[in-house]
Design a protein around this ligand. Structure first.
Ligand SMILES: O=c1ccn([C@@H]2O[C@H](COP(=O)(O)OP(=O)(O)O[C@H]3O[C@H](CO)[C@@H](O)[C@H](O)[C@H]3O)[C@@H](O)[C@H]2O)c(=O)[nH]1
Length: 230
């Protein structure tokens, strides 16, 4: 299909999970790669396939966007995250506790080497993430990029308890939690060095933790059951 329409430009949704157990923070695009789960393998394999495609035919362009932790919702409150079943990820879990759909959050470990013992991540607003894709498309339109990997993150790390507190502040709702053992496969700290995104794409994240929580809460409080109507 790509051949038929002479399409040789790809923006690929990769993930910071390809950095595996990264040792140096903030993590740059040239950090060693490795994965800790099958999802990470799929991202890394596809990155490699795209690299091979480019090596075999240099008229291809592949901008590989490595997302950190996407959260938030469209500010209208009309488009948001609606995971099926019990959420696996932190932000939708917190939102469902705040709205009263789930009783309490389980915090996976408070004995990491971080400022409060809980895991630290680089949360990025989905609106900033979307703009990163537009910037990648514009870049490809202007000049050939070849294969290139770009971190999409804010460069700031927040702990699980930072997120709980920020959500409480944004929503006015308490987020009860209990500390439970660590979740297998979780790293202590992961946050981006986003400087290459700014240099290469002219993009940087503009929205912070308060907007991430505000927009998640607008979506969740307007749609307590997600997209379901009953
Ligand atoms: O109920 C929960 C869920 C998560 N956490 C913690 O919250 C943090 C963030 O967890 P989560 O939202 O599940 O994100 P990650 O495990 O960091 O994984 C996300 O970020 C990766 C890239 O870094 C992507 O590959 C994954 O798809 C995406 O889920 C971690 O410290 C977790 O231990 C809890 O304490 N309780």
């Amino acid at each position: 299909m790509l051949q038929r329409y002479d399409c040789k430009n790809i923006v690929f949704s990769s993930s910071a999970t390809v950095y595996g157990l990264a040792k140096t923070m903030p993590v740059k695009e040239d950090a060693p790669l490795g994965t800790t789960n099958p999802y990470g393998n799929t991202k890394l394999f596809i990155e490699e396939i795209l690299k091979d495609v480019y090596k075999s035919d240099s008229s291809w362009n592949a901008v590989v966007l490595r997302y950190f932790n996407p959260v938030g919702a469209h500010p209208s409150g009309l488009i948001g995250e609606d995971p099926s079943g019990i959420p696996n990820n932190l932000m939708p879990y917190i939102a469902q506790v705040a709205v009263g759909r789930l009783p309490e959050l389980s915090v996976f470990g408070n004995d990491y080497e971080t400022h409060d013992g809980t895991g630290v991540r680089d949360y990025i607003h989905v609106v900033d993430l979307a703009k990163g894709h537009v910037a990648a498309l514009h870049k490809m339109e202007k000049s050939p990029t070849g294969w290139v990997a770009v971190n999409l993150g804010t460069g700031k790390g927040y702990s699980v308890l930072d997120m709980v507190n920020a959500f409480h502040k944004a929503s006015g709702k308490p987020v009860p939690y209990k500390i439970v053992p660590r979740r297998e496969g979780d790293v202590a700290v992961l946050y981006a060095d986003p400087s290459f995104a700014q240099e290469f794409l002219g993009w940087k994240a503009e929205l912070g933790i308060d907007e991430m929580c505000r927009d998640t809460w607008k979506w969740q409080s307007s749609n307590p059951q997600g997209y379901r109507t009953k």
